[in-house]
Every structure is written in C-alpha cells, then in structure tokens.
Design a protein around this ligand. Structure first.
Ligand code: MLT
Length: 261
C-alpha cells in the first residue's frame, strides 16, 4: 500500500486518475458541505465543473427533487437555492433531495478525478471513517487536495496529514511519498487547534471577511460523523459500510441489490 498526497491537480490530466483509489479534500468548504448534505439525508450530491452544466442538470423532469447549491467567490451563485455553507444543508432543506453542487475548486477537483476506480470525499468531520476505510481496502491511494485556484492551500494539506498520521500507525505495510510525509508534519504542527489554523489561512480569512466565521467552526470539527461520500457514475452517495463488509467476507446473499444508500 502506497500513499501519495497531491497538493495540486492543476498539471494532471484527468486520465492520471484512471483505475486509482482517490480521496478528494476541500476543507473550506466543498467537502465539508458534501459530508453535511449526505449526513443530513440528501439523496445524493452531483458535483459539476461549470455553473452552466449545473443549471442544465437541474432542468430535467425531476426538477422539484433537485436543489442547486454552490458558490462563486465564496457567495451563493445567482439563481441557486443554496450557497456553499455546510450550515445551510439541514435535514428540513435537503432531506431526500439531489443536490447539484458547483464550487470553484472542490466540485471541479472531484469531476477531474472521475475516472478513479474508488473516489471518496474527506474533510475534518469524517477523517476517522476515511482512514479506517482506506486501511480495509489495502490499495494504493492518491489524496487530492483541491487547493486554491490550482495552487497549494494549508487547510487541505493539514487535513491530508491527519489521514497520513492515522495510517502511519500501520507503517509496516504502508509506504508514504515525500508529499505524504510533509503533510503529516504539517498536521503535527497544527493539530492543537484546527480552528485557529483555519482562521489564519488565506481562504479562512476571506470567509471571515465575507461573514462565514461559523462555517469555520463547522469545518474544524474532528470526526463528527462516519459518513463517507462515494462517487459512482457522476453521483456522490453515502458509502454503505455494511454492504461493503458483506462483499469482502463473501457474505452478500443479496448481490443483485448491492447499491449505495
Ligand atoms: C471551493 O470549492 O473553492 C470552495 O469550496 C470555496 C468556498 O465556498 O469556500
């Protein structure tokens, strides 16, 4: 098992991810929003890479079941029902709905990794569940930091570093690349106060300026859920860990119904 961290995906072709096991991180705030939406009962989240495509996808026969969400420059996109604050994605608003999500870096990084064999979404809220699941898969992993405008950002690297720190407890079977080791060192530096770290990042400061300080508190929560968003055929759904376990042990008597929740 070899773990790599990509601090940027700017120069990579979409085909680089073909057949790989990948985890996309956009702590502020797309991956935290996706985890919140699925934890609060959304049917699915459909990440898209342009606003035009978001509008197109929402304009089908199931319009009443879909909600457009996302941001441009941290603010709700004109005409969208929701912005990109995890606090907006409450059960009463998004329960049972399909969310079509466009964000500047996060949703686009997910779409870029669409050819991955396994693609999961991580944020500080679900790191324990992600680390355990990666250990159970025993595959090489690419952790993709969405970053900011194709460049490095601290919050995604620190979040990746938490995963590396957890996996390194099983060091014997796992190899870590230089970027993975660097991210785990960053995590060690900032682990005492994730919220303080978020408040001091470039994007954290911008969110505070724009009135989203409560979002930072939400994004800083460690292990508040075990929801793992799993991307299949263009759609993110909650990974059903029980079905996955049954598949592994061969104890899956209902194999025709193996579906994500
Ligand atoms: C992004 O994808 O760039 C972010 O999620 C931006 C944000 O809403 O904070």
């Amino acid at each position: 098992m070899k773990i790599n961290v990509l601090f940027s995906n700017l120069n990579l072709d979409d085909l680089y991810f073909t057949g790989k096991t990948c985890v996309v991180i956009d702590v502020l705030r797309a991956s935290t929003v996706i985890v919140a939406a699925l934890a609060n009962g959304a049917k699915e989240v459909i990440p898209v890479n342009t606003v035009d495509f978001a509008v197109k996808v929402s304009g089908d026969a199931f319009r009443s079941q879909t909600i457009l969400g996302g941001e441009r420059n941290t603010k709700k996109v004109e005409g969208f029902a929701l912005g990109n604050s995890p606090l907006e994605y409450t059960q009463d608003v998004i329960g049972g709905k399909s969310i079509i999500l466009y964000t500047t870096n996060g949703s686009r990084s997910i779409v870029k990794a669409k050819f991955a064999e396994n693609l999961f979404i991580a944020c500080f809220n679900n790191l324990g569940a992600i680390a355990n699941h990666l250990l159970s898969l025993k595959k090489d992993v690419e952790i993709i930091c969405a970053g900011t405008n194709g460049g490095f950002n601290l919050e995604d690297a620190v979040c990746a570093g938490n995963i590396i720190a957890q996996l390194s407890l099983h060091k014997k079977e796992i190899q870590f690349t230089d970027s993975a080791i660097a991210s785990s060192l960053l995590y060690k530096t900032y682990s005492k106060s994730i919220l303080k770290m978020l408040k001091n990042t470039d994007h954290g400061k911008l969110l505070i300026e724009n009135g989203f300080v409560d979002d930072l508190k939400e994004c800083a929560k460690l292990d508040s859920t075990d929801v793992i968003p799993h991307y299949i055929s263009g759609v993110l759904k909650k990974l059903d860990l029980d079905i996955n376990k049954a598949k592994k042990t061969g104890n899956n008597s209902n194999s025709l119904n193996v579906e994500e929740k």
